[in-house]
Design a protein around this ligand. Structure first.
Ligand code: ADP
Ligand code: MG
Length: 265
């Protein structure tokens, strides 16, 4: 992994909610335009780790960190950092669609408008491109000014991705995005991720090992130690992680599917 320029570099990173240590000494390079999957048992800090990459965790409660997280060489925990810009560049897609009660068009244009005024023709273009990138343009081009909340749940989820893409993020973070989605929508989002893979860095958390295997270039395996502090056990190419026999290190009940895949290889 070290030969590729990392989009995100995490160095000796420890994380605390108040005084409780949640993650300990995590170091990982996340290469640009690659897909990293994060797996590990419940409660080992996967979501916390993801939220640390664009400083969303500190919106919840008081936090403390040690070490560094760099986004293209810049330490994101520096005091001078522009958090709005950071969160546009490293953008979170939530598992439950969180669209605004506005039209489809206004949802997609929302983040772009926040950055600054643009003529309508330019906004139209941005909206069209984002919807095309999210593979939704044909579905919604004749109803752009209809309420976004009238879309199906699966369409809303893809519209959230279009909204994120409109502001041209460099990194997308997805935490258990597929949980609760029907297989058709899941399949469409997987296809979308496949289309975006050459242009974006994607980090996703999933318990679905088949999906991790299909989608990710690298897999980071977290666990928690005897003090219940999350640690990065290993990171390697997904094929390598899956090829190894991990059964002694993973609590099978927490990662359904991995054992099956490992046994079938
Ligand atoms: P995972 O996503 O791997 O299931 P989380 O990152 O959600 O794990 O949680 C890791 C630990 O951090 C858990 O012990 C959880 O209770 C704790 N935790 C998560 N969010 C908060 C919070 N906002 N405040 C305090 N503790 C939290
Ligand atoms: Mg989680």
């Amino acid at each position: 992994m070290s030969k590729i320029i990392p989009a995100i570099r995490v160095k000796n990173f420890s994380f605390y909610y108040h005084t409780q240590k949640i993650l300990e000494d995590v170091s990982i390079d996340i290469p640009q335009n690659k897909i990293l999957a994060i797996i590990g048992p419940s409660g080992c800090g996967k979501s916390t780790f993801l939220k640390s990459l664009n400083r969303m965790s500190e919106l919840e409660t008081e936090i403390k960190i040690e070490g560094q997280v760099e986004f293209f060489g810049q330490n994101i925990y520096e005091r001078r950092i522009n958090l709005n810009r950071l969160r546009r560049q490293v953008s979170t897609i939530y598992p439950t669609p969180n669209l605004f009660p506005m039209s489809i068009y206004d949802n997609v244009a929302y983040g772009v408008k926040l950055i600054g005024w643009r003529p309508k023709t330019e906004l139209d273009e941005v909206v069209e491109l984002a919807l095309k990138a999210a593979d939704m343009w044909e579905e919604v081009k004749n109803r752009l000014y209809k309420p976004a909340l009238e879309l199906s749940c699966g369409q809303q989820q893809r519209l959230c991705i279009a909204r994120a893409l409109a502001v041209k993020p460099q990194v997308l973070l997805m935490d258990e995005l597929f949980v609760g989605l029907d297989p058709i929508t899941s399949g469409k989002i997987e296809e979308l991720i496949q289309c975006l893979r050459s242009e974006l860095t994607i980090v996703f958390v999933s318990h679905n090992m088949q999906q991790v295997y299909r989608l990710s270039d690298f897999t980071a395996l977290f666990h928690y130690n005897e003090n219940h502090v999350g640690q990065l056990l290993e990171v390697a190419s997904t094929t390598k992680v899956f090829a190894r026999n991990l059964d002694s290190r993973i609590h099978e009940g927490n990662i359904p599917g991995l054992q099956k895949i490992l046994n079938s290889r």
